[in-house]
Design a protein around this ligand. Sequence first.
Ligand SMILES: Cc1cc2nc3c(=O)[nH]c(=O)nc-3n(C[C@H](O)[C@H](O)[C@H](O)COP(=O)(O)OP(=O)(O)OC[C@H]3O[C@@H](n4cnc5c(N)ncnc54)[C@H](O)[C@@H]3O)c2cc1C
Length: 339
Amino acid sequence: MQKAVQLSSLASTLVLAEHEAGFIKAASVSAVVAANSVSKDNSISVLLAGSGPSLQEAAAHAASCHPSVSQVLVADSEKFTYPLAEPWAKLVHLVQQRGGYSHIIAPSGSFGKNILPRAAALLGVSPVTDVIEILESNLFIRPIYAGNALCTVRNTGVDPCMMTIRSISFPVPPTSANSKSNVSPISQVDLSTFSEDSVGKSRYVKQTSQNTERPDLGNARVVVTGGRGLKSAENFKMLEKLAEKLGAAVGATRAAVDQGFVPNDLQVGQTGKIVAPELYMAFGVSGAIQHLAGMRDSKVIVAVNKDADAPIFQVADYGLVGDLFEVIPELLEKLPEKK
Ligand SMILES: Cc1cc2nc3c(=O)[nH]c(=O)nc-3n(C[C@H](O)[C@H](O)[C@H](O)COP(=O)(O)OP(=O)(O)OC[C@H]3O[C@@H](n4cnc5c(N)ncnc54)[C@H](O)[C@@H]3O)c2cc1C
């Protein structure tokens, strides 16, 4: 029988971590930061899955990414070469059965949103999604109504308490990496009992990622976003030049994505990425509620729109009523080249 969620001192948390090119992703380190606020006395295990040398490099990185990591668990098998939800969910089930964790946390990106609901179904619990604050080990705050209201949720279910967290709400302090003398142990997960049922219902096709030196949209200090007002993929190149000059990431509205101007991993909003940069610049963006849900926490918002009544101006700190096809070229001309 599963035991009920225990309060703070007995917490033990499993963090599901995503990795790429030998490093765990920043959003996964944020999940460790979130795990750290579940309780003062939390034992945190980071679970990585994949295959080959880059997995072992990522494990070494995970072992030193944050001083509160107690151990790193590594599932090394060709079944995990690609992060498909089916084998991952079965892995989480297996690791939970052995470890009896009180909490399981994943970042709220496509990786976590893909795996966590399946794993929760296998474990017979209801996950809490998009947590932005952890008040107690079973009391959380999450946004509802596209970010227009905050809801306090108490988890009264059985262990494990499963949640996705918004990484921008759990920033990683710059000095959080472990010193070399303080790396946590790395153990290999015994996969001898890992069953193959249900594995293979989905199939890996391909992964495309932006071949760019620009910062990642989710963590960038500056974001320049284009909306339907940009009118074409060709015109989006102006925005890319502006992003290069500002060292910014490029974002887009869903309308711009739906029109095929840019790929959908650039979408900001309720059904896209949630960002909170120091500076958010919106060009030809009307400011629909679903878009605001993804960027309203930005520190400074600048909007350029030719319609003075566009709702984006209600959240903008600086607004310019004007034609973006005049404003962007002028900005490009006047801004210095990035050093
Ligand atoms: C369930 C659901 C989820 C959604 N999720 C998202 C989401 O995650 N993200 C998202 O963005 N949207 C989302 N949407 C869509 C959202 O409702 C809006 O349709 C979308 O955000 C509008 O995009 P836009 O501002 O680019 O386009 P529009 O609303 O068409 O606005 C274009 C703007 O450009 C301005 N403009 C045009 N030409 C110029 C010019 N030359 N110079 C300056 N300004 C100009 C216009 O005045 C206008 O304000 C969602 C909708 C639903 C129903």
